[in-house]
Write a protein that binds this ligand. Structure first.
Ligand code: PLP
Length: 389
């Protein structure tokens, strides 16, 4: 409780600092009423709840899209080496990492905000874009729910736009859904939970048209799994002055989900506004910053992890096909496939067999999302799945 209270006080003091403007009383009332820790919201099973509620003795941990092949040996060594320096606050180390990331993208550090995982940046955006009463956020459906869900807790309307028949975000329909009350469009690319990726040219054209009206948030958590992340990222559009926010995380291919590091690029003024609602780079530990510094763009490690992910995914496809199941071809480290039974029941039965997976319901179908793990984990899934399929 006290952590939640502290976070509220911090957020409020951030609001107080926002140019000394008269505080939006309605917004503060909503913030007060908002359970910032969504574990307390009834009927909502957050990733955090599923993960913290899972039995420890799982044979296969395939519910959180983690990378069990990481972190890289260089990151592990950097953590060991940095332990002695952990009595120091992280200011300088954060500055060095930000410089490294910004240089790689060819942008100044003014365009960059870091957080202990990208979730803290999604939260900052949820708060920032929920300040106008009656505003709405446009997203695909299904998509990653964290940002719009939190915005909804602040009374923002969540406009969910169904996916296309190919299970990709329906950009045309999303564009049509934008109206005078839209505060943000959220694009998850590749999309979680469908693992589908948008055509890069189509997304660029969408951003060129839509970002003139409202900011577009592009969540690129899984972009490192694509063949050409640099050719696919929207970060470069910031150089053309576009009003976008692009979020990235070290939690996926870098294998840092437990170390916690993420970042967002946006125009400098937007970065300043988002920074009001998050603790920013100083929320990362000195050890995490050193590990991120050592493994950022470590192509050798990435290639190795990608190779193992592809092998496990190929095996999963063969298991599903052999059992007579279809799946949505995946561009990421997880696969969504339709079930032939109730999805919650399926998750429970799999868990009894030591295998953790996630469930979805959409398009009048029951679905399982399975993360790609080590080969032994995929074999554990296969053994359990054969008993249920
Ligand atoms: N965005 C997407 C699409 C995700 O799937 C996740 C986590 O699963 C996140 C953001 C948050 O990741 P983190 O807070 O670990 O950086």
């Amino acid at each position: 409780m006290s952590a939640i209270m502290n976070r509220r006080s911090l957020l409020k003091s951030g609001l107080m600092l926002a140019g000394g403007m008269p505080l939006a009383a309605g917004f503060l009332q909503r913030l007060n009423a908002m359970p910032l820790n969504t574990c307390h919201v009834s009927g909502y099973l957050s990733d955090e709840q599923i993960i913290t509620g899972a039995p420890l003795e799982l044979k296969a941990r395939l519910f959180a899209n983690e990378n069990p092949f990481g972190p890289s040996p260089k990151a592990k060594q950097a953590i060991t080496d940095a332990v002695a320096q952990s009595y120091q606050y992280p200011f300088m180390f954060a500055r060095d990492l930000m410089k490294k990331i910004a240089d790689f993208e060819g942008l100044p550090t003014d365009n960059l905000l870091m957080g202990a995982g990208s979730s803290s940046l999604l939260m900052a955006a949820a708060i920032k874009f929920s300040q106008r009463p009656g505003s709405n956020i446009v997203t695909g459906d299904p998509t990653y729910e964290d940002l719009p869900f939190k915005a909804q807790l602040l009374n923002t309307i969540w406009k969910k736009i169904p996916l296309t028949a190919a299970y990709t975000l329906d950009l045309d329909a999303m564009e049509k859904a934008v109206d005078g009350n839209t505060s943000l469009v959220y694009i998850c690319n590749p999309n979680n939970p469908t693992a589908t990726v948008l055509d890069t040219a189509a997304l660029r054209a969408f951003i060129s048209r839509v970002s003139v009206k409202v900011p577009v948030f592009v969540d690129e958590a899984y972009i490192d799994y694509l063949d050409d992340p640099q050719g696919t990222t929207m970060i470069g559009m910031l150089k053309e002055g576009k009003n976008i926010i692009v979020a990235r995380t070290f939690s996926k291919l870098y294998g840092f989900a437990g170390l916690r590091a993420g970042y967002a690029f946006a125009q400098p003024d937007m970065i300043k506004q988002l920074a009001l609602y998050t603790e920013g780079p100083n929320s990362l530990s000195t050890t995490t910053l050193h590990a991120a510094m050592a493994s950022y763009q470590d192509r050798e490690f990435m290639q190795e992890a990608l190779k193992k992910t592809v092998a496990s995914k190929k095996y999963l496809y063969s298991v599903l096909s052999a059992e007579g199941y279809t799946y949505i071809p995946s561009s990421t480290n997880f696969v969504l496939f339709p079930l032939k039974m109730d999805s919650l029941q399926f998750v429970k039965e799999m868990e009894k067999r030591g295998v953790g997976v996630r469930s979805w319901k959409f398009n009048n179908k029951e679905w399982c999302r399975i993360s790609i793990g080590r080969m032994d984990e995929m074999e554990a899934f296969a053994a359990a799945f054969k008993e249920l399929s």
